[in-house]
Ligand binder design. Structure first.
Ligand code: ZN
Length: 191
């Protein structure tokens, strides 16, 4: 039942006819063809599922809506361990070819996908854009997972307190004297 995703579609025809594209971009295909996405992650740990509905709304926006989802392996920038992240993208994107269409699309709260006059659309580029947008700017374990999988809280606290000690040393001695904690430290060291 699942067909290979077309590599070239005419967005005019697709939106006029209300075509629905549904299927899977396999891990193998994604590794070979979605190179920008491949660069941005460590590994795609599942196939990419997509459901894309093309349509024209009452204002005349030619748009695609639907869902794209997959799982990826990223490296946590806090504890440097790898973790798996679900990417679930809600697609709501209008195709635009000039600034008037762009403004209409933005006023209607669509994401914008630019196409030149006679350009065919590769739906995999659309899918890739959505996935890239869904990636976190800084990859990290979910906060709820901290302490479970992310060892970093400890690392963080240690790392945070270290520079403080050094910066105190670097500060002028007057400032250090004014600091009650510095005095406390001196007292402690005398005991
Ligand atoms: Zn982590």
């Amino acid at each position: 039942m699942i067909e290979r995703i077309p590599q070239r579609i005419d967005h005019f025809r697709y939106t006029d006819q209300g075509v629905i594209l549904e299927g899977v971009v396999t891990q193998k295909e994604s590794d070979k063809d979605l190179l920008r996405f491949k660069e941005a992650i460590l590994e795609n740990s599942s196939d990419i599922l997509y459901h894309l509905e093309f349509d024209v709304d009452f204002l005349g926006n030619r748009y695609v809506s639907g869902k794209v989802s997959t799982k990826v392996i990223l490296q946590c920038q806090r504890c440097m361990n790898n973790f798996e992240l679900d990417l679930d993208c809600v697609v709501s994107t209008a195709f635009v070819q000039n600034e008037t269409e762009q403004k209409l699309a933005e006023d209607s709260d669509y994401d914008v996908f630019w196409l030149s006059k006679r350009e065919y659309l590769d739906p995999r580029v659309l899918i890739e854009d959505e996935l890239l947008l869904a990636l976190p700017q800084i990859a990290m374990h979910e906060l709820s997972e901290v302490g479970k999988s992310c060892k970093s809280e400890v690392v963080f606290l240690e790392a945070d307190s270290e520079p403080d000690v050094h910066s105190e040393d670097n500060n002028s001695s007057e400032k250090a004297d004014d600091n009650p904690f510095a005095i406390l430290k001196q007292l402690k060291s005398k005991q």
